[in-house]
Structures are given as C-alpha cells and as structure tokens.
Ligand binder design. Sequence first.
Ligand code: INI
Length: 154
Amino acid sequence: MAEKGDTPDLDGTDLRIAIVVARFNQDVTRRLLRGAQEALQKHGVEDPDVYWVPGSLELPVTALALAEKGAHDAIVCLGAVIRGETFHFEVVAMQAAMGIMQVQLDTGVPITFGVLTTDDAEQALARSGLKNNKGAEAAEAAIEMANLLAEIQG
Ligand code: INI
C-alpha cells in the first residue's frame, strides 16, 4: 500500500473552506485571518467564507453549524486567548479546544485549531506575523486534512 500523508497534499483547488474567527482580541485575530486567507489563496482555495463570532468560546458551535450544513470540506477556527487579560484564561482556552475537537470527531469534518493561547499580547503578536503565523498554519492543516480524508473516504 502506498504511504499517505508523508508529504502534505496542499492542493486547495476545488476545496470549499470556511474560516470562523473570534472578534475578541481582534488586533491579533485580524492578523491570523490575513495569514489564513493568504495561505488559502496561495494553495488555490477560491473565496473562503469568513464568519466572525464574539469570542473563542463561540467558535465550536459555529463550526458545528457549518459542519452539519455540509457545504465545506474543512473549517479553520481562529482566536486569541491571552492569559494576562482574563482570570478564566484556562476555561476559555480549554473549552474552545475541547469544543472544536468534539465537533470535529462528532461530524468527521476536519476543523483546525488556529487559536493562540499565550501569556501576553507580545507572544500573540509574534505568532500572528508575516513569517510565523498560526492562522496560515491552521489553513494549511485544513487543506491537508480535507485532501487526506477525501483520499481515505474514496
Ligand atoms: N475570548 C477570546 O477569544 N479570548 C480571550 O482572551 C477571552 N477572554 O480573555 O476572556 C475571551 N473571552 C470571551 C469568550 O470567548 C466569550 O466570547 C464570552 O464569554 C461570551 O460567551
């Protein structure tokens, strides 16, 4: 049997991708969004749909609605949870991660986690720049997973 996924298939042509992005800390999430959109465009994804939500805790239910609708091959979730700004940092970060994972496993639609969880704003800005951009990484992971699952499912 051929080995699958040893080199990522990043051909986004014909893939339908949605991005869900949190407004909370939008100075950072706008940068993640730009990184994700640029990466999708680079790999041939046309016109990704973008849905803004209030904060990272609203990412999972929005991803669920999109996954259940079935119009997208993969969904990219973007957010920024910054420790210094909330005493319930752990709650927001963990529930966003767990919720997204639950939706992904319940629906079988790949949903990637471009949610920064950092100690401070400086770390968040450093991970949402031109070179190091976790939004771009989440976008590429979405393309790769959409292609891999399509290959497995035939
Ligand atoms: N949402 C974030 O995306 N990042 C945060 O750092 C954050 N903090 O600090 O609280 C945050 N809170 C809002 C939360 O995601 C919900 O939008 C809110 O609780 C309403 O449900």
